[in-house]
Design a protein around this ligand. Structure first.
Ligand code: ACM
Length: 759
């Protein structure tokens, strides 16, 4: 045996290795929100390379784009105002507000717009056209292929918002900035900050300092709470502005004010400050509408916040004012709305301010948060000239649980799975409200149960992108079938960005790309081996030479989000050898060399990984006995996706719910028809091993074929028809759509089906 010797090989002595083309190079059919038109140019590709420059009429947007692309490509990507080859961002478009046009040819990318906001939104689209690894914080191998074609795009609604409740639990500046960056990905342009509530006051008001220092000193559950200084708030506003997002501050009143009332006894009708509140009830607190100091207080608060807020809106809440009478409510709002307009801001409020007894204030906005499809307060406001932002709680509230198992959130407005969040039309949702009266949509995230950044992400993703698409994309493009596939393509990006998202079983999540999971040997834990770079064709910055020591090893720790089958590839020098163990979590896999030490070979294994850390070690068993190693690649384990039979394509079968223990909303009964079938389409980004699990009625039967892409697999029943059984099969699935069809072969001959799970 002989290892690669320094100086023995000439450049080119190793087999040429084709560059790793990402299995899931991005495509025009993966963009969220879907553009107005996206026309791919077949066979045309632009490759982002080390010589690419960014030539821009907006240095801010150009520098932002470079900031996105540099960490993962490792390229310099100089930003300049002149002309050149690469990516051009031009303010010479005639696109509608916030719109852009993008042309991608083999020679480069040109984004045109009439505003910097349009260029910025075009940049978000461009990000989604580069392979998902582009979102990595560390240098990745590429190549950075961008599919050619043309996109013309502009928003359906001017207002596309997300709301963060920083009152029920305080969320620090860094968490809000992270959320802002995630909002920008999907062209959301307003951040509504719910800055005060019963449980906390979160912004410094100089004229009423105890609001923050005392009123902000706790939160739901009694934690330490917190507040933004004026400098921090202004920093947040500036950060949002740099992402073309306008902050809408909300001070909720006259209800939801216990934190203020606790901070100042003088604000209470009885002159007694209540204690701070850390529970989750609503509707018990109110500013004292008959006290003059109340309006001084509002004047001071509104003017100090308005002075720090460049955006046009001030949100004065107005919801759940159950501790005031209707007359007190109208009196209060009729004094407070002019305070807001007097500070140069347009009034925004929850839709209760549309009450006919509350005066119309010029251009005001009512935010609909009800769960019905008609509302007299909203129509009253609209008939007097108000515009509406649609946040129906049973569709757009990000704090509603996805289903009964969701560990976070509330459910008073129902469960909101992704399809529910997507399947409604903001332009027609409320009767008596014409689309022309709808300014846009907003997805509020109330934070009674939302404590950490992970919590924010788990509830916002993937529903926030669904609401974003309702706000941006023309209704004519609306399609759940197309959306779920496009949304599934976002999954690898979120994984790479570290976004903790809910892996909804309704979505065909794409796997992260292989090259993104390449682990160079030179970056692994190396015992006595040495990093060498004296042979051609290695990947990364070198390879590891075992250094002639028996037992010398290279060890990787590979973290997997979930347990399950994964494809592992090792690239090593191919000299013939009797024993070259690769130890994966204690199981030894031998891999053989078949040729010369002077060539690299790649061996692929399918192994089960555990959730969490997996230890993978390649060891030399004799001096000179271990192959030099270039890299390890691990394809991530695909999370399990459950497809309910009742949502599949059903021929003559019927959906039933008359037997205990089914999952979802029912199961499928084959309906006593021979040939009756249930067919699932399972989308995979890459071909490879998969585990499929079918849950079916367990009655003994001679022939129950499961057709997987044309291969017939039988699955047996072993017991009573009245019980459910699960059968697991491991097989290879194709990249793209896989057809899995369970068929009844005789009348009564097919098992009733509950669901299919694929990992
Ligand atoms: C609200 O959910 N109370 C606006």
């Amino acid at each position: 045996m002989r290892r690669l010797m320094a100086g023995v090989l000439l450049a080119g002595g190793l087999a040429a290795i084709a560059p790793a083309v990402p299995a899931n190079a991005a495509s025009f059919s993966e963009i969220v929100p879907v553009p107005v038109t996206a026309t791919p140019a077949s066979g045309v590709t632009f490759t982002l390379g080390s010589g690419t420059g960014i030539f821009t009429d907006s240095l801010a947007v150009g520098n932002y784009l470079a900031g996105i692309l540099r960490p993962s490509t490792g390229y310099a990507l100089p930003v300049a105002t002149g002309a050149g080859t690469g990516i051009a961002l031009r303010l010479n478009g005639s696109d509608p507000a916030e719109g852009y046009t993008m042309n991608i040819t083999a020679g480069g990318v040109v984004i045109q717009a009439s505003s910097a906001a349009g260029l910025f939104h075009g940049v978000q689209t461009l990000r989604q056209l580069v392979p998902a690894n582009i979102e990595s914080a560390t240098v990745q191998p590429g190549p950075w292929l961008i599919p050619g074609g043309q996109i013309v795009d502009y928003p359906r609604f001017a207002y596309r918002g997300a709301m963060l409740d920083v009152a029920r639990h305080f969320h620090p500046v860094a968490a809000v900035k992270r959320h802002i960056d995630q909002m920008a990905l999907y062209k959301i342009n307003y951040l509504h900050l719910h800055l005060s509530d019963d449980q906390g006051w979160r912004i410094v008001i100089d004229s009423w300092p105890s609001l923050a220092t005392y009123g902000g000193s706790t939160q739901v559950g009694g934690g330490p709470g917190g507040y933004y200084t004026k400098a921090q708030y202004q920093d947040l506003v500036a950060y949002a502005t740099s992402r073309f997002i306008t902050v809408v501050p909300e001070i909720d009143m006259p209800g939801h004010t216990n934190a203020a009332l606790a901070s100042y006894a003088s604000l209470n009708c009885n002159g007694v400050a209540p204690p701070l509140y850390t529970g989750t009830n609503v509707g018990f607190s109110s500013l004292c509408t008959s006290l003059p100091v109340t309006y001084t207080f509002v004047q001071n608060v509104v003017s100090e916040i308005a002075a720090m807020t460049p955006g046009p809106y001030f949100h004065l809440g107005g919801d759940e004012a159950d501790a005031t009478s209707p007359a007190q409510y109208a009196t209060f709002m009729n004094q407070v709305q002019p305070i807001v307009t007097g500070q140069g801001k347009t009034v925004m409020g929850w839709h209760q301010i549309g009450d006919p007894a509350v005066n119309h204030s010029a251009s005001r906005i009512v935010q609909y948060w009800g769960t019905t499809t008609s509302d007299t307060d909203v129509t009253s406001a609209v008939n007097r000239g108000a515009k509406v932002i649609m946040s129906p709680a049973n569709k757009a509230y990000l704090d509603m649980k996805y289903n009964a198992q969701t560990p976070l959130g509330l459910s008073w407005a129902g469960y909101i799975e992704v399809q529910t969040a997507y399947e409604w039309n903001p332009g027609t949702h409320l009767s008596g409200v014409a689309q022309s009266a709808v300014l846009g949509v907003e997805a509020p995230l109330w934070a009674e149960t939302i404590v950490t950044t992970d919590h924010i992400e788990y509830m916002a993703f993937p529903r926030l992108p669904a609401i974003a698409e309702l706000g941006w994309s023309p209704w004519s493009t609306h399609s759940w079938t197309a959306f779920r596939t496009r949304l599934g393509a976002q999954g690898p990006r979120w994984t790479i960005m570290g976004i903790d998202f809910y892996r909804s079983p309704q979505i065909p999540w794409a796997s992260p790309p292989g090259p993104g999971n390449r682990f160079e040997a030179e970056n692994a834990t190396i015992s006595q081996g040495v990093v060498a770079s004296n042979h051609a064709g290695f990947s990364g910055t070198g390879f590891v030479d075992y250094n002639n020591v028996t037992g010398s090893y290279i060890q990787w720790t590979v973290n997997s989000a979930v347990a399950g089958p994964a494809t592992v590839r090792l690239r090593y020098a191919n000299g013939t050898s009797a024993n070259r163990p690769l130890n994966i979590n204690g199981t030894v896999h031998d891999f053989t060399g078949t040729g010369a030490w002077t060539t690299w070979a790649t061996r692929t294994l399918t192994v089960n990984l555990v959730a969490g850390n997996n230890t993978i070690r390649a060891t030399a068993t004799t001096a000179n006995g271990g192959p030099n190693v270039d890299y390890l690649e691990v394809d991530p384990v695909v999370p399990t996706t459950r497809s309910e039979a009742e949502n599949a394509v059903i021929s003559q079968g019927v959906v039933e719910s008359n037997h205990a223990g089914f999952s979802g909303t029912g199961f499928v009964n084959y309906d006593n028809v021979s040939g009756s079938y249930v067919e699932f389409t399972v989308n995979r980004t890459a071909s490879g091993p998969a585990t499929i699990l079918l849950r079916y009625a367990n009655g003994a039967s001679i022939n129950r074929p499961l057709n997987v892409n044309g291969t017939m697999l039988d699955f047996a029943g072993t017991g009573a028809w009245s019980t459910w059984a699960s059968r697991t099969l491991t097989l290879n699935l194709n990249a793209g759509a896989n057809l899995i069809r369970a068929t009844a072969t005789t009348a009564n001959g097919g098992p009733n089906l509950d669901y299919l799970e694929v990992q």
